[in-house]
Design a protein around this ligand. Sequence first.
Ligand code: NDP
Length: 341
Amino acid sequence: MAKVDIPTFKLNNEKEIPALGYGTWLGLDEKTNFITEDIPKMMDALSNAIDIGYRNIDTAHLYRVEPGVGEVINRKIKEGVIKRENVYVTSKIWHQYHRETDVEVSVRASLRRLNLAYLDLILIHWPMSITEDGVDEKIDYLETWRGCESVLEKGLVKAIGVSNFNIEQMKRLVTNCKVVPASLQIELNLNLGQNELVEFCHANGIIVVAYSPFGTMVPSRQTPNSPEPKLNNPTMLEIAKKHDKTVTQITLRYLFQRGIVSIPKTVTKSRVLENAQIFDFTLDENDMNTLAEFDNGYRTVRPLFWQEFANYPFDKLPGLGQMEIPLSLRKWKNGAKLDID
Ligand code: NDP
């Protein structure tokens, strides 16, 4: 079996995070329901990922997959493929658990669903706080952060961080915290370079993790107006040919050379390997500069239905009013407290 050796970046808690991880968000269908029927495929792909050398797994309470993810991790530990201390597991706190004391409830529930004793990293998934019924709780994320500092102190998690925070929110958090976030997880890809935010994080010792690293490059994410590069973009194909790699590998390598961790999602076995085979070549300065030119600020993930809520982190599109939040992002069977199945 092919194996990959994935390098690590050092976190500000002196631990290491592998520079490439496996993402477990399976997406929403046209009716905004979760694609839960892909869970068995994801579990197979994750099992394969661990076999070939992935040691970083990204999940979340929201994704409905924690029991399956935990089952695979525990099986691999039992089989002797990994030790718990050698795999980096991240989960996230959803919108309805932003009160200081609810953070622990959420973390303990994730641990129970994953059947793990601790998490390597817990993230506040978004800065907004919204109830299951769609009510804006307007809880300050500094309160939620105090809850994170508390679960860190109790040893339920080894590191704490945030996701989808903008630069002003990061600055305010860093200035007003006891524990500086270990990591910020944001959308990052060729269209969305986020240079200022990445620079701020790196200057403050905060590891940046790229979600949706392919942006709208892959067919499942394309819309009629989505920008280049697509998989058949001539510039991308040329760079890929020069290095005997694929366009997606060039994309992931570009992020790695910017000092960024990527967590691509795939349920396709061949792509699990392809996405990890990016550590045996180097993009030169010309390649890096050419790739940087695709940055146009385009967001693949732009949840406009949250834009009227307190602490929404992105630019607002005017004139939309309050849109309805999809039910699947508010309520689900194992969404409440300690429910597990
Ligand atoms: P990705 O950029 O990882 O794209 C996933 C899509 O790309 C799937 O359709 C997959 O298809 C396809 N794909 C994967 N590898 C290849 C390849 N080598 N060639 C061609 N197509 C490929 O987007 P995601 O939005 O899923 O982001 C990745 C992870 O980031 C998520 O799984 C989740 O863990 C995290 N995330 C976090 C968010 C947050 O708010 N913090 C928001 C969004 C994601 P297939 O599976 O069929 O192979």
